[in-house]
Design a protein around this ligand. Structure first.
Ligand code: NAP
Length: 258
């Protein structure tokens, strides 16, 4: 489990009284986002597929005095997403911020890619993001406000050999972000994406050392990102400081893609 304790530079009351949902928050970037949203005053609902790890993250945050609810939900399943949203409304009466973070990889060169690995990545990363987004629109439209933040990837911008499924899903998220931003802007809802570069988590730990060295050469800021770098960008987009920003993709990649 990787719950960060790195200090936030945001005001403690930045998101006071807001309710946020973070998908895929049992480790890595999602856990860091949940931590930052808590530190800045939000009530946070976190989900993942594994009960043990999501409960552990919630317990750690609750022990620090934060208001957090853990819900076991597989975002690739529409019924799970509906339950996630219903439980959040039942507990907090509103949803101000949705962070679509949950994602998986099933890497293989396209020639050898199995249908089930294409389907799994598209179903979780793209369709799951759509399910969660669609489900929060009604409550957000009723409130006439909301922030939806989709975690895409630089791979969705530039492609990557061996990741056709992941690149397609992450590029799809960018299209989904822009279309939704246009549909709901007049209702006071912003929809933005973040495209992280190489962030040190369990997901990137699988990349062989030699490939990691090659990636490092492509990064002008000469280092990999931490989950907190993405979490800080989420806090900014969720805050009033970003009220006039919608349909955009914020790259958190050390300058890797420009
Ligand atoms: N790390 C990077 O360098 C990087 C770069 C660009 C983009 N990203 C994106 O950032 C996001 C987080 O990445 P990460 O590196 O933190 O990954 P990670 O360490 O593998 O964590 C993924 C999280 O998503 C959850 N998850 C996976 N499938 C799920 C599902 N169907 N329903 C609900 N939760 C699910 C996992 O928990 P369970 O397994 O318990 O469900 C876990 O909490 C992903 O969307 C990833 O594509 C990461």
């Amino acid at each position: 489990m990787a719950v960060t304790t790195a200090q936030s530079t945001f005001r403690e009351d930045l998101l006071n009284g807001k309710t946020a949902i973070v998908t895929g928050a049992s480790r890595g970037i999602g856990a860091a986002i949940a931590h930052r949203l808590c530190e800045t005053g939000a009530n946070v609902v976190i989900c993942s597929r594994s009960a043990d790890t999501i409960t552990q993250v919630a317990n750690t945050l609750q022990d620090s005095g934060h208001t957090v609810q853990a819900i076991v939900a597989d975002i690739s399943q529409k019924a799970d997403v509906e339950t996630l949203i219903k439980k959040t409304i039942a507990q907090f009466a509103q949803i101000d911020i949705l962070v679509n973070n949950a994602g998986i990889t099933r890497d293989m060169l396209l020639m050898r890619l199995k249908d089930e690995d294409w389907d799994a990545v598209l179903q979780t990363n793209l369709t799951g993001t759509m399910y969660c987004t669609r489900a929060v629109l009604r409550p957000m439209i009723r409130q006439r406000s909301g922030r939806i933040i989709n975690i895409s990837s630089v791979i969705g911008l530039m492609g990557n050999a061996g990741q056709a499924n992941y690149a397609a899903a992450k590029a799809g998220i960018l299209g989904l972000t822009k279309a939704t931003a246009k549909e709901v802007g007049a209702r006071g809802i912003t929809v933005n994406a973040i495209a992280p570069g190489f962030i040190t988590t369990d997901m990137t730990a699988q990349i062989p050392e030699q490939s990691q060295e090659q990636i490092l050469e492509m990064i002008p800021l000469r280092g990999f990102g931490d989950p907190e770098d993405v979490a800080d960008a989420v806090c900014f987009l969720a805050s009033d400081a970003a009220r006039y920003i919608t349909g955009q993709t914020l790259q958190v990649d050390g300058g890797m893609v420009m």
